[in-house]
Design a binder for this molecule. Structure first.
Ligand SMILES: [Zn+2]
Ligand SMILES: [Zn+2]
Length: 170
């Protein structure tokens, strides 16, 4: 669903969407489980031409533990509150200058914004910086590959010394 500036110029645009898995491309290790449900509205600030999205969204994603690859369910249930500025016009021959503090701002270009891009951004803000099945996750053994949360192994994680291995084989 495109939220167009032309429409917003007349009135706020309400949305009430249910987006099935497969429509939004998440990160490579995230899979959407069930529909993403989003309700809210987009408004245009006449002075600044900023588009503000507000409302609420809920979606469940499945991530992988960074250490042991176990699936982790991430239930995102969050308010939508994002503001996008029009991309500043660039004068030919002059570089677009972004000022410190502009980094977190979103920009839109042209006729408006695709709603799914906005929802994706809002969900990604909720992603943990490290996905772990638990703080205590022991991860996979780098030698034999067993999941150390499920079973122990007798591997020593120090790299065996090749010279001693050669002697043992004599
Ligand atoms: Zn884990
Ligand atoms: Zn092992």
């Amino acid at each position: 669903m495109i939220i167009s500036v032309r429409e917003l110029d007349l009135a706020p645009v309400k949305f009430n969407e249910s987006i099935v898995p497969g429509v939004i491309a998440w990160t490579p290790n995230a899979t959407q489980v069930g529909p993403l449900v989003a309700t809210g509205e987009a408004t245009l600030d006449e002075m600044t031409q900023e588009i503000r999205f507000s409302g609420h969204l809920a979606v469940t994603l499945q991530l992988e533990c960074d250490r042991c690859l176990a699936p982790i369910a991430l239930a995102v249930d969050t308010p939508i509150d994002l503001v996008y500025e029009p991309l500043p016009e660039t004068v030919p021959g002059q570089e677009l200058e972004l000022h410190a503090g502009d980094i977190d701002l979103g920009f839109y270009e042209g006729e408006g914004m695709e709603l799914t891009d906005v929802l994706r951004e809002q969900v990604l803000l909720d992603f943990p910086s490290r996905a772990l099945c638990g703080e205590e996750c022991k991860g996979l053994c780098p030698v034999c590959g067993v999941n150390r949360n499920e079973q122990g192994c007798t591997c020593t994680t120090t790299i065996p010394d090749e010279r001693w291995a050669a002697l043992r084989n004599l």
